[in-house]
Each structure stands twice: as structure tokens, then as C-alpha cells.
Ligand binder design. Structure first.
Ligand code: SF4
Length: 238
């Protein structure tokens, strides 16, 4: 709704069966008012709330379902499949060429697998109409990508490890570069929406190699710890 501010018009045009809202704790009141507006439009629309908030949305049922962030993907998929009266499909692990390295944790296939490589890429054609307004502070046309989730560190000022249970999951560099290569051509800046992008340093440098191999020329922006920014694996040859 940052870009599509008229909720009623959007609901009339799209006629959704499920509305999802991302919210921080400070968005509690506006989230409730959006939920009420959705239910007023059509009480049969299912609603879900996700995002970084601790317990404040606990009382929302039956207005919305909510689940912990690190389980959200699998739970949302299961919920959508249930609405459609079908079972979640078991997706196949992507194939990579022999010799390519994969550094993702491997928790086995399945709809609630933690292997982020199994998730489909976002369908950016759905947001094409808003694209010219996706800009960073420097006015670059921006494309967001999430290549990992969580962080294993325990910085006292940070909420991440409380929310994600201190877990860290990462996509393989091969999967990340495929998604970057598939970004709309007009995107100038790739913004990594990770909490700690360079944690797996081998994966980070593998990504550098693959970006160079593919001849991708974009600007990149990411959050990373200073100690990982200066680290170069001994095996890496520029
Ligand atoms: S390294 Fe960054 S993301 Fe990880 S706990 Fe510390 S501040 Fe949070």
C-alpha cells in the first residue's frame, strides 16, 4: 500500500481470496484498520499477518492468522493449498551443472523445507506497473532480492536472533545469480534484503565469480558485518 494507496479500489480490481499484510510492531493500529477494511469489503476474504513483531498480534484471530517469521513460508504455502483444497506439492531440488558448488544447508525436500533454493523466484511481472517508482534514496531503479534469512550472532541491540531463533539459512550462489540475471533490465541497483549478507564468505565470493562470469553490470547494496567485508578466503583468486 506504499504504492497502491486506495485499498477499496485495489480489492475491487483484484478480488483476492487471501490478503497478506507485513507489519512491524509499530504498525499494529494501521494493520488492524486494514484488516477491518478488508473484512468489511468481503468477510470471506482470508487474511494473514507476517513480519517483525513479537506477541502483539496474538489476539488477532479470527481477524488474521499469524505465525513465526522463520516458519512463515511453509505455513503460508500450506494455508494457501488448504484454501484451494489441494495438498502442497513436493518440489524437486534444482539441478546444477557438475562441478558447481552449493553451500546452502540441506534439510531435505518438501513443502516446509528450510532449503531456500526450493522456493520459486518472485514473479516480478506482477509489480511491473509500480516499477518506475521503486527507487532508493539516490534515485536508482531498485530490485530487491533475499538470499538468506537470519543470523547466528547474538548482538545485544539486535532483534534478529530473537525473531529467527538464532538460525541462519542461505541460498546457493548459483540460485542467487539466476535470480539477479532474471531481474527486469531497467533495474540499476540490486538491494540485498538479508540480515547479514556476507556471513558465508565462500558463498559471497562464489557469487562475485558468478556475477563476473555472467557479465552482470549492476550496483549492489547490502547489510554486512565489517569483519566479513574484509575477509577473503585463501582459495579465492581474483
Ligand atoms: S550480526 Fe547483525 S544481524 Fe546478526 S545479530 Fe548482530 S546486528 Fe543482528
Amino acid at each position: 500500500m506504499r504504492l497502491e494507496r486506495n485499498l477499496d479500489r485495489a480489492l475491487s480490481r483484484f478480488r483476492p481470496s487471501l490478503v497478506g499484510i507485513t507489519a512491524y510492531t509499530c504498525d499494529y493500529n494501521s494493520t488492524l484498520s486494514v484488516l477491518r477494511e478488508v473484512k468489511k469489503f468481503d468477510a470471506n476474504i482470508h487474511t494473514a499477518v507476517g513480519g517483525i513483531m513479537p506477541r502483539c498480534f496474538r489476539g488477532l484471530r479470527p481477524a488474521a492468522c499469524r505465525c513465526p517469521l522463520h516458519r512463515a513460508v511453509g505455513r503460508l504455502l500450506q494455508g494457501v493449498c488448504r484454501l484451494e483444497g489441494r495438498r502442497p506439492e513436493r518440489r524437486r531440488r534444482p539441478e546444477y551443472r557438475p562441478g558447481q558448488r552449493r553451500d546452502s544447508p540441506d534439510d531435505g525436500p518438501g513443502p516446509v523445507s528450510k532449503d531456500l533454493d526450493l522456493l520459486p523466484f518472485p514473479d516480478r511481472s506482477l509489480t511491473r506497473q509500480y516499477r518506475k517508482r521503486y527507487r532508493d534514496n539516490m534515485n536508482n531503479k531498485t530490485g530487491l532480492i533475499m538470499t538468506s534469512r537470519g543470523c547466528p550472532f547474538r548482538c545485544s541491540f539486535c532483534a534478529n536472533w530473537k525473531i529467527m531463533g538464532g538460525k541462519y539459512l542461505a541460498r546457493s550462489a548459483e540460485s542467487v545469480v539466476e535470480e539477479i540475471a532474471a531481474m527486469p533490465e531497467e533495474v540499476e541497483l540490486i538491494c540485498f534484503a538479508d540480515d547479514n549478507t556476507l556471513l558465508n564468505i565462500r558463498r559471497a565470493w562464489r557469487l562475485v565469480e558468478l556475477v563476473r562470469e555472467r557479465g552482470i553490470r549492476k550496483k549492489f547494496m547490502m547489510y554486512a558485518r565489517a569483519d566479513t567485508i574484509v575477509e577473503i578466503p585463501t582459495s579465492w583468486k581474483p
